[in-house]
Design a protein around this ligand. Sequence first.
Ligand SMILES: Cc1cc2nc3c(=O)[nH]c(=O)nc-3n(C[C@H](O)[C@H](O)[C@H](O)COP(=O)(O)O)c2cc1C
Length: 406
Amino acid sequence: MTISRQTRRRVLQSILASSVLAGLGTTIRAFGQDADEIITAADQALDILDFEQAARRVLPPAHFGYLATGVDGDATLHANTAGFAHYSLRVRRMVDIRNIDMSVTLFGTTWDSPIFLDPVSSQRAFHAEGELAAARAAKSRKHLQILSTFASTSVEDVTAARGAPVWYQLYPTDQWPITQALLRRAEAAGCPVLVLTVDLQGGSNRLTLGRAVRRDTRDCAACHTGSRTRLTDIMIRKPMFRGLDISAVTDLTPIDMTWDYLKRLRDIWPRKLVIKGIVTREDAELAVDHGVDGLVVSNHGGRAEDSGRATIDSLEEVVAGVRGRVPVLIDGGFRRGTDVFKALALGATAVGIGRPYIWGLASFGEEGVEKVLDILRAELILAMRQAGTRSIAEINQSYVVDTQRG
Ligand SMILES: Cc1cc2nc3c(=O)[nH]c(=O)nc-3n(C[C@H](O)[C@H](O)[C@H](O)COP(=O)(O)O)c2cc1C
């Protein structure tokens, strides 16, 4: 039996309209796109999900698998996007909304938008210009960019392309001399903020990646020298480890890392220190007690533990633990301006995106990243106007309802 395109679309639309599936919309929409609807130019995109399919089409299966993967059955990955349905907007009317100000100030620097580019490793696996294209887009659209330790471009080159210092994300490794060398280099490059990622200490079981690698029939050895899985073979290709003796490294995060580690970092890092990967009230309190300047609510985009819990659902308790003492940033599953709005209403200062800008990068390079940022900013402005909020400061808890509590 053949089903016409119109029939398929009608069936899909009725599925999407179903309240039972509310929150799964992004997943369904992504899979439901017809092949001939995949965009061929950045300016054809109607929302940022249009870039996901475009990226899937251009990337080798293993590279797309690396981007897409969560852990185990990807429950946390899907929870991140589905979690936004736990909150609905409580909008106000009759407000003069001619002027909308989206700016936020973080550690003395004011940004035009609360949306920032998350650290994402190995961006040249997605586009030849990798982190440089992302940096140019961040520059032209004036967004904060955080650079990964595992970047495929050096912090010096990215800073030059960004035209301003970026924040530096740290995987310290289990060798202190390497940690020291990374910090010296980030400091010399002018990075004002160090972001210590703490959510991969337990390891991660990336099955979707494993399956994608198995499906990929290309000869990986044509591009990758050495083993694709041995850590030091991967590290050797990353510019931030160039010139360092990495032979003793067995992990990107020390397996015995505890809160005392922050003090060690503090002793050699003179600038702001942010911790990324906090999801509970207890850890938020401990982080602030140990002197962090800020924290990022994150589960690594569902690529770390298989908690099954969305970051948006963790935000309220983290904000409660922090009690306004330091800024709380968040990432994980943000795909719409209204998602960003909900996080701001629940107490976040800024919101990170990972995969979405890499979809843009993979499919259309710098222009793709710019368009992803443009779309999200336009959607956030629209959400702010519709809710009657004229500044980020005006967006507070009264603008959201937790649908599970009523
Ligand atoms: C391909 C990929 C690589 C990543 N690399 C890093 C990294 O090097 N350091 C880090 O702290 N987080 C890394 N992350 C996590 C992101 O910083 C961010 O927490 C996550 O992508 C946010 O979720 P989202 O992709 O749903 O927006 C990576 C995520 C992806 C998808």
